[in-house]
Ligand binder design. Structure first.
Ligand code: TYD
Length: 182
């Protein structure tokens, strides 16, 4: 399989253009709002349009667990001082769900559900990428000073990680076969 970093952005950029043309919604959009967050990718990952409170003193965005994202927030962590040319991630989670935000700058997120691959470009602090459980993710192409903010559904637990891609594919295919048989 080709490395995820070679997957092209495809349908992602036009969606972001559409979002930016719309007037901001002061209360944001729920993650399950089918009218606006309907561009659910084939992997189940999707861009969530977060609330934007425009203010000449500086704009403000907020995220409420179970409201703008489909899980309560148990942990927040962030990646910063990422040297150019390096990548982060390279794993999936058995149960954890996450919202990934480019708080500052930009970076790419490549995702794989075991069958489909997609690549998202994040460069707005009012967009979050919802990543469901059992999704392999790789983050790269960080801009200088880029900060990746992650809202996670669970506290850190190494046992929840799948760090071997072959093992991830086997588990994802087994789950899919089980669902198809049910
Ligand atoms: P990891 O999740 O592998 O980083 P990334 O996916 O962003 O490349 O975590 C890197 C290290 O940091 C690993 O040794 C575990 C530790 N860590 C914590 O202790 N707590 C946390 O909340 C996270 C995300 C990582």
């Amino acid at each position: 399989m080709a490395p995820l970093s070679t997957v092209q952005p495809s349908a992602v950029e036009p969606y972001l253009v559409d979002v930016d043309r719309r007037a901001p919604h002061p209360l944001g959009r729920r993650v399950d709002d089918q009218r606006v967050n309907a561009r659910a990718g084939r992997t189940g990952c999707r861009i969530v349009d977060l609330p934007r409170v425009a203010d000449p003193r500086g704009n403000l965005t907020f995220v409420e667990g179970d409201q703008h994202i489909p899980f309560p927030i148990a942990r927040v962590y962030y990646l910063y001082d990422v040297p150019g040319g390096t990548s982060r991630g390279g794993h999936a989670h058995k149960q954890l769900e996450a919202l990934i935000i480019a708080a500052t700058g930009s970076f790419d997120v490549s995702v794989d559900d075991g069958v489909h691959q997609e690549r998202f470009f994040l460069n707005r602090s009012y967009h979050g990428l919802y990543v469901p459980r059992m999704t392999w993710r790789e983050l790269d192409n960080f801009s200088s000073g880029g900060v990746c903010l992650v809202l996670a559904s669970a506290v850190y637990e190494e046992d929840d990680y799948v760090r071997d891609h072959g093992e991830f594919l086997a588990a994802a295919h087994a789950e899919r076969a089980e669902q198809d048989a049910a």
